[in-house]
Ligand binder design. Structure first.
Ligand SMILES: Nc1ncnc2c1ncn2[C@@H]1O[C@H](COP(=O)(O)OP(=O)(O)OP(=O)(O)O)[C@@H](O)[C@H]1O
Length: 584
């Protein structure tokens, strides 16, 4: 194929005045018959002044929306650089098994036999791969330099930060127990040496050395003086972490005690001052700080202090008590370990000021909600709810519950119990929402700070343990026809499936709670989280949605968005979750 010989020749036509006709450059054929691709440049972007001038001042120049504009406005979370995330990712990929950690054999054994018993193909999670070897290892370089200069061992400081439900508890607990057992060996040796020396001294000076020494009634040297302390914000977490610690003690052999306001003064005293001693104490900061006022000795031997949920324990309400415990333990402390699922900016600046040498162990996915957690949005303003949020909530729960019934039609014995968490922003709202849901035939309870401690633990207990195939729930109206969608209507305008009052939704349990239920509670059994109110910050989004999708499981979050809620924030969180990006 050959081109016409006239290609790119100047036009032969002329104007009446004899001038050659110029080719119009702004016509559909302007690009034809040319020797070179004369691609027009990008249109000239109008300046702000031009836009304003041409519109007579009515039009404001449009700015391209920066990503996460609304979230940046909140400035809640501290940033972690991409380079930092990439280098940690490479580092942790080198570890594949718990066997690679230099843990004592008994501690290693406790992982499979106690902490994660029943699980197959055990592998450490990213935070465990990152933190365990470092916590077991030597001091940070800066601390080592100072120790060498002062001749005194410096306290090491660490911040463990990783996603919710990623195994942070074991990441600090295993190295702490390892350190305690190693210290115990040294103590035993020292004790034995001391005894031998004393015996020899006595033989030298005392002719009656062969007389048996008088029986001593002295309590165990560790009575009321734990070596390790773990601080958590709530009684529920004391129970959760305490139970895991107790489990490990069956194999590792140490004495642990858990104290919180859920126990009577007598129980607390008995646990702290047991004549057999105590090695690990799990407590809330307020309680321990107040005990240390009357009995400062309690913090005189602490070598390891863990501040779990550090973002809460160092915020305004907890900081005074937490700081008291840190300050009083510091003289004997070897390691201070902070642990958190988020690094809020406030925590970041506090740490830079107070602990400038703190070593940060941060996983690559920090501040990202995993993609396995889907986020749906229900627009409460649209039909059929017309602004009735509480109705939208009940309707959404019925949709989820009905999906379970559809899964095993007519066979309530085989249907899994769906456990749903509903988060509200204000504690007064928990009761109101729970009562409404109950009136709509839903098995719902409220949990807030006013709920008696005992009830709190019992209620949460039902959401933390996984029951394989559940016991049957009596379907009060199993014969009723199943109608309405069996899916969660994201952005939906479908007709409501809320039933008339006396019907009961089987196989579904709902807990309506505030932030109290969002921190640290290992709600493995929860697949659905409903955000009744849009959370105040990305930190709350992360913690609340973090109650589902734990340890590789799938989960679903549903936000109910009303008239006064920040839709822009919800949109950006959803976008970030879809892309698997860290929220800002
Ligand atoms: N290596 C592992 N393999 C499998 N499961 C694990 C592993 N480590 C911990 N788990 C389990 O993962 C669950 C979540 O662990 P954990 O409560 O420590 O999470 P977390 O990171 O502290 O979460 P949060 O930030 O919400 O407090 C627990 O049920 C725990 O038994």
């Amino acid at each position: 194929m050959s081109l016409s010989p006239k290609v790119s020749r100047p036009p032969t036509r002329t104007t009446p005045s004899g001038q050659p006709v110029r080719r119009r450059t702004n016509s559909p054929f302007a690009g034809m018959n040319q020797g070179s691709a004369d691609i027009r440049r990008e249109p000239h972007a109008r300046s702000e002044a031009e836009v304003r001038r041409s519109s007579g001042g009515r039009e404001r120049p449009k700015k391209a929306r920066e990503p996460f504009h609304a979230l940046k406005m909140q400035k809640a979370l501290s940033a972690v650089s991409y380079g930092q995330r990439a280098s940690i990712k490479a580092k942790i990929s080198e570890t594949e098994s718990f066997d690679e950690f230099p843990l004592l054999p008994m501690v290693k054994e406790s992982i499979a036999t106690q902490a994660l018993s029943g699980m197959v193909d055990l592998v450490p999670t990213p935070i465990q791969r990152l933190a365990i070897p470092i916590l077991l290892g030597n001091e940070t370089r800066a601390a080592r330099r100072r120790s060498a200069a002062s001749g005194k061992k410096e306290m090491e400081q660490f911040l463990l930060a990783a996603e919710t439900g990623s195994g942070k508890t074991l990441a600090y607990l295993l190295p702490v127990l390892d350190a305690i057992k190693r210290a115990e060996v040294i103590d035993v040796e020292l004790e034995a040496q001391k005894k031998i020396r004393e015996e020899e001294e006595r033989k030298k000076v005392n002719f009656h050395a062969l007389e048996p020494p008088p029986l001593s009634n002295a309590p165990h040297p560790t009575t009321g003086r734990p070596r390790a302390i773990i601080l958590v914000p709530t009684s529920e977490l004391v129970t959760q972490v305490g139970n895991l610690t107790k489990l490990l003690s069956h194999t590792v052999k140490f004495r642990s005690g858990l104290i919180s306001s859920a126990y009577s003064g007598k129980v607390i005293r008995n646990r702290l001052f047991a004549p057999t001693g105590i090695d690990v104490l799990i407590s809330t900061p307020h309680l321990l700080a107040s005990i240390s006022e009357s009995d400062p000795n309690i913090l005189s031997r602490v070598s390891h202090l863990v501040i779990d949920e550090a973002d809460s324990l160092l915020d305004r309400s907890f900081a005074p008590s937490t700081s008291t415990v840190i300050d009083k333990s510091t003289p004997s402390l070897q390691q201070l370990i902070l642990c958190s699922a988020t690094i809020p900016r406030s925590l970041d600046s506090y740490l830079r000021q107070r602990f400038p040498d703190m070593r940060r162990l941060v996983t690559p996915n920090l501040h990202a909600i995993p993609r396995r957690v889907q986020l749906g949005v229900v627009d409460v303003e649209k039909e059929p709810y017309r602004g009735n949020k509480i109705l939208a909530c009940a309707d959404t729960i019925w949709s989820i519950g009905k999906a379970a019934a559809e899964h095993a039609p007519g066979d309530t014995e085989r249907a899994d119990i769906k456990r749903i968490l509903v988060f509200v922003n204000e504690r007064e709202k928990t009761q109101e929402v729970a009562e409404y849901l109950t009136s709509k035939g839903i098995d719902a309870v409220a949990l807030n700070r006013d709920t008696p401690e005992q009830r709190q633990s019992e209620t949460l207990g039902g959401f933390t343990t996984i029951t394989p195939k559940t016991a049957p729930e009596t379907a009060k109206d199993a014969s009723a026809p199943r109608s309405g969608p069996n899916y969660i209507a994201f952005n939906h305008t479908a007709s409501p499936v809320t039933p008339p009052p006396r019907r009961h939704l089987p196989n579904t349990k709902v807990l309506v709670t505030t932030d109290l239920g969002s921190r640290g509670i290992d709600t493995l059994a929860v697949r659905h989280v409903i955000l009744y109110d849009v959370p105040h910050s990305t930190i709350d989004f992360i913690h609340r949605l973090g109650r589902t999708g734990r340890m590789g499981r799938r989960g679903r979050g549903i936000v109910l968005v009303g008239k006064n809620d920040r839709r822009d924030v919800v949109r950006e969180v959803k976008e970030g979750m879809f892309k698997g990006q860290a929220l800002i």
